[in-house]
Write a protein that binds this ligand. Structure first.
Ligand code: PLP
Length: 458
């Protein structure tokens, strides 16, 4: 076994429960039901303290795209940390420069502003969008349109741009200037319509909002191409091009959040590339370094960047800084991560094995709780309902039992249980976002385990 000695594990868990404050967990229950103590990983597999292996069908938190146990990334970071771990990004370092070039080419966007988390990447995008308009003499353009049930991060502004009530309510009031459009969620259409006869009412509504607010007050629209967290909402193909066209026509910047969608997850380097659009600003994180070290970035087109040029005395330059922005060690890890993804064609693998996984999940349609399977590449969800006719979401307690039954069989899945029990806004879903090294056999194992778990609980 590749676990760790029992005394070491007990000591770690006891210190954890005494001192680590975990997110999203009720600590009262943790002594009975302690968190998983993972100690190793290889490929799509993680190993717990006792040496038990699990297929991590969630890649940590949607992020270990290149898979676990990559010594080449560790070595690249080690070499850089020995030479120069860090110097502030108000100056230059070699890995940050090379990484900005590499990412710019993959994205077709020329400029990279480095930050440390997806939240900061979106927050920086909002700030850059507002300043862009100010620099161009339109200071009244400050509103940012997000979507209900979106997640863009944990800071106040990104929570405000997102639309997940369960994440926001305890921290209200939110900052001003954030508006919400309905999501492109055909299974639970906010307009009660059907695609294509709906005429893309959800995209058209964004234009209505811009008109109603006054286009001269709107700075940007922010969205993930595929809204991940609430159940992998894959929009109709024309949705994103329609939104991009509406944004352009009204002088509104389009901020695309590729924090989960990006770096190969959906079978393209970036998910918006499926839809033939070009963002003005883009947030990336997670897969940029596959979690080997924390790193994120906001990318901008040259057109946006030009809006920040001028005489130094005019003060048009970006007025923000992050201590760890462009961290040399993290950038070296990210460069190696991208090199491995290219060398092993992990983006192609995500497309191929993803199609196989999605087909496998669809084959579970005989189950009485099967609602819908959605996905692209290795980003997928199985929405579960009490009854396919009413589409009332399956209760969260049952979802938890299904996920626990998967875990007991050696597969870790993600899960989302919505805010409204009636299913008006959101549903209940198992979420899949495995490392992009996943094999067809591992995909088959995930499907078989989900099938067994559904039978056991249902
Ligand atoms: N955007 C999306 C779509 C996310 O899913 C997340 C995190 O899960 C974030 C932004 C925030 O990223 P971070 O947790 O790195 O701040």
């Amino acid at each position: 076994s590749r676990g760790i000695p029992a005394e070491e594990a007990q000591k770690a868990l006891s210190e954890d429960l005494d001192h680590v404050w975990h997110p999203l967990l009720q600590h009262k229950t943790l002594r009975e039901n302690p968190p998983l103590l993972m100690v190793a990983g290889h490929g799509a597999t993680v190993v717990d303290a006792e040496g038990r292996e699990y297929i991590d069908a969630f890649a940590g938190l949607w992020c270990v795209n290149v898979g676990y146990g990559r010594t080449e990334i560790a070595e690249a970071a080690y070499e850089q940390l020995r030479k120069l771990a860090y110097y502030p990004h108000t100056q230059a370092n070699v890995p940050a420069a090379l990484l900005a070039d590499r990412v710019s080419r993959l994205a077709g966007m020329e400029h990279t502003y480095f930050v440390n988390s997806g939240s900061e990447a979106n927050e920086a995008a909002f700030k850059l969008a507002r300043q862009y308009h100010k620099n161009r003499g339109q200071p009244e353009r400050y509103k940012i349109i997000g979507r209900y049930y979106a997640y863009h991060g944990t800071t106040l502004a990104t929570l405000a741009a997102g639309g997940l009530p369960e994440r926001r309510v305890k921290y209200e009031p939110m900052p001003d200037g954030f508006l919400h459009a309905p999501p492109a969620y055909c299974y639970r259409c906010p307009f009660g319509q059907k695609y294509p006869s709906c005429g893309l009412a959800c995209a058209r509504y964004i234009e209505y909002m811009i008109e109603a607010e006054g286009p001269e007050t709107v700075a940007a629209i922010v969205m993930e191409p595929i809204q991940s967290g609430v159940g992998v909402l894959v929009p109709p193909d024309e949705y994103l091009p329609t939104v991009a066209e509406i944004a352009r026509r009204h002088g509104v910047l389009l901020i695309i959040d590729e924090v989960i969608n990006g770096f190969g997850r959906t079978g393209r380097w970036f998910a918006h590339q499926h839809y033939g659009i070009r963002p003005d600003l883009m947030a990336v994180a997670k897969g940029i370094s596959s979690g080997y070290l924390p790193l994120a970035a906001t990318l901008a087109t040259d057109e946006v960047f030009q809006g920040f040029l001028g005489d130094p005395a005019e003060g048009r330059h970006a007025m923000q800084v992050n201590t760890w922005g462009g961290h040399a060690g993290a950038c070296a890890a990210a460069l190696k991560n991208i090199e491995l993804m290219e060398r092993e064609d992990l983006v192609g693998n995500a497309e191929r094995v993803g199609a196989h996984l999605i087909a496998g999940l669809r084959s579970l349609s005989h189950h009485r709780w099967f609602g819908e399977v959605r996905g692209k590449g290795l980003l997928a969800a199985l929405e579960l309902v009490e009854d396919p006719d009413t589409r009332r979401p399956l209760a969260g307690a049952l979802l938890n039992r299904i996920a626990a039954a998967c875990q007991a069989r050696g597969v870790i899945v993600g899960k989302y249980a919505g805010w409204s029990a009636s299913g008006v806004g959101t549903g209940t879903a198992l979420l899949f976002s495995p490392p992009l090294v996943l094999t067809r056999e591992e995909a088959d194992r995930i499907v078989a385990v989900v099938d067994e778990a559904l039978r056991e609980v249902g």
